[in-house]
Design a protein around this ligand. Sequence first.
Ligand code: IPE
Ligand code: IPE
Ligand code: MG
Length: 248
Amino acid sequence: MTDNGNPRHIAIIMDGNGRWAEKKSMPRFMGHKAGVKAVRNIVEHCVKEKIEVLSLFAFSSENWRRPKKEVQMLMELFIGTLQSQVDKLDNNNIKLVIIGDRSVFSAKLQNKIAEAECQTENNSGLTLVIAANYGGKRDISQAFQKIIKKINAGALKAEDISEPVIAQFLDTSELPDPDLFIRTGGEQRISNFLIWQLAYTEFYFTQALWPDFDQLLLAEAINSFKGRQRRFGRTGNQIINTSNLTIK
Ligand code: IPE
Ligand code: IPE
Ligand code: MG
C-alpha cells in the first residue's frame, strides 16, 4: 500500500469481451478489440493515480483451447497492439513486462515482445505487466525446475528453500505481490492467474464486462480496497494500534 492508501500493485482478469460483443450481436473478436480500448483507459488512470504496477491477464495457458480462429485473431491483436502502443507507453515512462511462456509464440511475436521490453526497460513510471500464455501452475513448476537445477549445480541447498527464495524464481520476481485483484465479467474465480502471488491480495469482483470497465469503475474498486482492513493474520485491534503508532 502507498501513503495515500492506493494499492501498489493492481492485478486484473479482463473478462467478458466475448459476451460484450455477443450482446451487441457482433463477432466475439469485436469484444477483444473494444477490450484494448479499455486497457488504454485503465493504464491512463493508473498513471494518474501513481500506481506502481498494473498486471493484466491477456491470454491464459488454457485459452489455447478456444477455436483456432479466435486464438489466431487474439495473437494478431496482441502483435498489432504491441506495435502501435510501445512508443506511447515509452513516452509516458511506462515499463512493459510480459510474463508467461513466450517460447510457443511465433518468432515474430517473440521478437516484438523482446523489443518492447528492451525499449521500455529503464522507464521508472508505471510497470505494466501483460500476462500472455500465463498460467499460475506453470509459473510455479518452472520455478521448481530452476531451483532443482541450482541444487544439482551445488548453487543452492534444499534446506535453504523458503518462500522468498521460491518467489525469486517466479515470473514476477521483480514485482511486489498484488494488493488488489479485480475480475470483470461476473465470474468469481482465479482461472490459474497469479495463484502464488495472490495469497494475501484483496479480491474485487464486478459484473461489468471488460470493454465497459472504465476509470470510474476502477476508482470504485480502488475505493473499496481503501475501505478494507488488511490484517495479515493479526487481530483488528493490533492493526488499529499499529496505524496509531505510525500517525504519531
Ligand atoms: C476475456 O474475455 C479475454 C480473453 C480471455 C482473451 P473472454 O473472451 O473470456 O469473454 P467472455 O468471458 O467469453 O465473455
Ligand atoms: C481468464 O478468462 C483469462 C483471461 C482473461 C485472459 P477466461 O474467460 O479464459 O476464464 P474462464 O475459462 O472462464 O475461467
Ligand atoms: Mg471469459
